[in-house]
Ligand binder design. Structure first.
Ligand code: HEC
Length: 133
């Protein structure tokens, strides 16, 4: 019986993992789909990640990679405060993409700083697929 339970538990974990790398990402993708967005594309997320924007009064060209670099497995640096930012890729930083509130909070701040507006549900879904790959 114990063996059966263990087998069952292992099988469950494996199938849950193959569905997606992160339950938080799954939950957010569902929220965005329910809002009418999708299908989502890691390629689009990758393209937007380094796209330059010039919206503020300052002439600084802004992109996600300004602070996070264009390589998700590298450490970044905050463009203003110069503070180090840990790598974005969950493959090298297990804390990434684990908390829906944290993800939404930073999307809000970073999209405003970078694009001068909030990101759409489509853009956020594309970013998540790109970051988690
Ligand atoms: C001005 C610097 C800066 C820019 C530009 C920036 N970010 Fe961030 N980002 C941060 C900081 C600081 C954090 C929080 C510290 C940390 O998590 O290491 C963060 C955290 C995040 C997180 C949280 C991930 C997690 O689960 O921990 C996501 C998602 C994110 N950023 C996405 C983006 C996207 C998408 C863009 C472009 C639209 C972007 N960031 C542009 C500084 C920046």
């Amino acid at each position: 019986m114990k063996i059966l339970t263990t087998l069952f538990a292992t099988g469950f974990l494996l199938s849950a993992q193959s569905a997606s790398a992160s339950p938080a990402v799954d939950a957010l993708l569902k929220v965005y789909s329910d809002a009418g967005a999708g299908p989502f594309s890691a390629k689009a997320g990758e393209r937007m990640w380094t796209e330059k924007h010039n919206h503020a009064e300052t002439p600084l060209e802004r992109s996600c990679s300004t602070c996070h670099t264009s390589n998700l497995t590298d450490s970044g640096k905050h463009a203003k405060t110069q503070k180090a930012i840990k790598p974005m890729a969950p493959t090298v930083n297990a804390k990434r993409l684990t908390d829906t509130k944290e993800i939404e909070k930073w999307f809000m701040r970073n999209c405003k700083w970078t694009f001068g507006r909030e990101c759409s549900a489509q853009e956020k879904g594309d970013f998540l697929l790109y970051i988690q790959k």
